[in-house]
Design a protein around this ligand. Structure first.
Ligand code: GLN
Length: 479
């Protein structure tokens, strides 16, 4: 097979070809390594997807069900001896002494590390413009953002620079960049995947998940990610094996559409593609009805109290003593802390630390944090009630298609609105997947499917049936 033919294979097909002996794992690795290295060397002249690319193919041959299919991993997953910086200057050059459980588990299943991907600093952002290592560009249009915060992972998979990638999703950071880059992104049920070794943003929301070209690839990767980990007390044993999806129909599937997330504020082109996807679902035998997520319009407000509150606490550890950057020339300890954090953190991270510290401060705690927690409970309750009536909830993934670089950097609230449709599922902890459902203005639109806790198999099946029916054929021109 030529390198061009090799990179056209889906990850699952590549694994099958290696297992069948028709493809050499080393050649597969090299084909992607060459493409990823080119992009890395081009820096901001390229897509700028990567912060590190493996210098050579692995010396040992890979065994296990993933058969040597290489994996790109978001920068924030600690990987032993490999820079793991969470997109931040404050962790520049940090080489962890251990590897995140999920990355280690995938390596044991046969997926070697290809590269670390660029991201918004500490996963805060929706456009990948908050990285200390430069913005990532969207392969569909290099003047546009890939979405964030897992923008490097999404752009790399969409551009064929990696067969598949890991991202993390706190309020939408897997699903939204998947939508803006025209690929598949899945946020698992909270607790399904170990967070051990992920550089934390907001611990009660962070989840790792796959970004892939096809739904079947997402299922295959997820199968080897889930499970209880003694190093993460919030991780759970997944109640059953993740199956590779095969459904082609949706007969008997009850779909709910929340008017709260499918109306005001969503671009017309996105709503058109969403309506067309609902038509496909009906043709496949699903029933579609309105359901209410009455508190969903308050999700963003609650999220932007809770996530910064947790972040302000998680980021306290970056003080110039333990990791990475330390400002030189300080007169005393306090000045060293202050100058290190001043130099090391970007402006969005500083904004979140200030918001979170304020919300948690004595006298305001109940008014902000306590109240936001109560809103979160109401949102989770809305989902619980909705899932008594329907099997799945469908919404657009993001309110718009990919926007121009620089378009929203001056307006944090406009940027935060990108997560309008994804944050409710994060607060409720339920799984959700985004698949491409068409184009608007020549750019991909994402369709989000959400289900009850641990309904990943059902979600993947429905996403697979819709993927076949929608037949999104939108690979951007390969670069
Ligand atoms: N865009 C959201 C934020 O900035 C979500 C980020 C994420 O999911 N990591 O917080």
């Amino acid at each position: 097979m030529s390198p061009t033919e090799i990179i056209e294979l889906s990850a699952a097909s590549a694994a099958e070809a290696i297992a069948a002996g028709s493809l050499d794992a080393g050649e597969l690795f090299d084909a992607y390594r060459a493409r990823a290295s080119d992009d890395r060397q081009a820096g901001e002249q390229g897509l700028n997807c990567f912060t590190w690319v493996a210098p050579a193919r692995p010396t040992e041959s890979q065994h296990g069900p993933l058969a040597g299919v290489p994996l790109a991993v978001k920068d924030l997953f600690c990987t032993e001896g490999v820079p793991s910086q969470s997109g931040s200057r404050i962790l520049e050059g940090y080489l962890p002494p251990y590897t995140a459980s999920v990355v280690a588990r995938l390596a044991e299943s046969g997926a070697p590390l290809l590269a670390k991907t660029n991201q918004d600093e500490f996963a805060m952002g929706s456009s990948n413009e908050n990285s200390a290592y430069g913005a990532v560009r969207n392969p569909w249009d290099r003047g546009r953002v890939p979405g964030g915060s897992s923008g490097g992972s999404a752009a790399a998979v969409a551009a064929g620079l990696a067969p598949w990638a890991l991202g993390t999703d706190t309020g939408g950071s897997i699903r939204q960049p998947a939508a803006l880059c025209g690929i598949v992104g899945l946020k698992p049920t909270y607790g399904a995947v170990s967070r051990y070794g992920m550089i934390a943003f907001a611990s009660s929301l962070d989840q790792a998940g796959p970004l892939t070209r096809e739904v079947r690839d997402a299922a295959l990767l997820l199968r080897h990610m889930v499970g209880r980990d003694p190093c993460d007390a919030t991780s759970l044993q997944f109640p059953h094996e993740i199956e590779l999806p095969s459904a082609e129909r949706l007969d008997g599937v009850r779909i709910g559409v929340p008017p709260e997330l499918t109306g005001e504020g969503i671009e017309a082109g996105v709503l058109d593609a969403f309506a067309a996807a609902l038509d496909r679902a009906r043709e496949l035998g699903a029933s579609v009805r309105d359901i209410s997520l009455a508190h969903a319009p308050h999700a963003l407000s609650a999220y932007y109290v809770l996530a910064p509150a947790e972040a302000s606490s998680n980021l306290a550890r970056f003080d110039g003593v333990r990791y990475g950057l330390r400002a030189e020339g300080a007169e005393d300890l306090l000045e060293m802390y202050t100058r290190t954090r001043h130099d090391g953190f970007g402006s969005e991270v500083k904004r979140r630390i200030m918001l979170g510290t304020y919300a948690l401060s004595s006298g305001y705690y109940e008014a902000y944090y306590g109240r936001a927690q109560r809103v979160r409970t109401k949102i989770a309750e809305d989902f619980r009630q909705a899932f008594e009536q329907v099997d799945l909830i469908l919404t657009p993934t993001a309110p718009s298609v990919a926007f121009m670089l620089g378009e929203k950097t001056g307006d944090p609230l406009a940027m935060y609105l990108n997560d309008y449709c994804t944050v409710p599922m994060s607060l409720a902890g339920v799984p959700a997947i985004s698949i491409p459902c068409g184009l608007a203005d020549g750019l991909p639109v994402g369709l989000q499917l959400a289900g009850p806790n641990f309904s990943e198999n059902r979600l993947l099946d429905a996403a697979h049936a819709l993927e076949l029916a929608i037949a999104f054929d939108g690979a951007p021109a390969r670069v």
